[in-house]
Design a protein around this ligand. Sequence first.
Ligand SMILES: [Zn+2]
Ligand SMILES: [Zn+2]
Length: 242
Amino acid sequence: MALITSLLSKPKSLAGNPIDWVSTHRYHHQFCDSDRDPHSPIEGFWFSHMSWLFDTDTVVERCGEPTNVGDLRQQPFYKFLQGTYILHPIALGVLLYALGGFPFLVWGMGVRIVWVYHITWLVNSACHVWGKQAWNTGDLSRNNWWVALLAFGEGWHNNHHAFEYSARHGLEWWQLDMTWKRAFRKRQRSCTRRVVIEALRKLLVCTNEGHGKPSYIVTPIVEARRVTPGVVLELTSHRTPT
Ligand SMILES: [Zn+2]
Ligand SMILES: [Zn+2]
């Protein structure tokens, strides 16, 4: 339910429909902080924060057409959101005006959207400029505590780039991650399992390529063992080289 609410919030916040948004974001991970990254601060803080959005041809020029979201295009829910994208903010605006008139419209649409925009964009800009790198991800991603507070946990961005299939961004006990706590507490075992799988894959890559440090994967595995005893043992006994 939280996931659906989150996906629906993108159209309501005029943040683009999820298929286009995911395409850009996948390209960001694929070409992170290179000259093909759709929004890297290597071209300046403000470019990564917001000006890239106004150059509508930028992503296509750098990454090509959005051919990396075929899985989402097959799903009716995402196709529905793409087809009806513009109707969601209009419907919300009409509802807010009906409930509280112009003040509701200003605060519920104008102020809210500007606030959410900039916090979202700070993940792309500030989290690739300021903060600490807990993981040797080979890009500029950073864990930034104040963005994490504003973005309900998404500021632990270096963790995210290190374990990009993990819904959990705050890996240490003190890394507050409200999105994870709210949406995934009941599914912690399966999600933590994915973190471990990814950590093991990275360990195999480090081992095979002869670089990287074993400590690169220690923290999530220790954490996973604490949260889900038995899973680490199970996975390590069944892993196969990739
Ligand atoms: Zn991401
Ligand atoms: Zn990033």
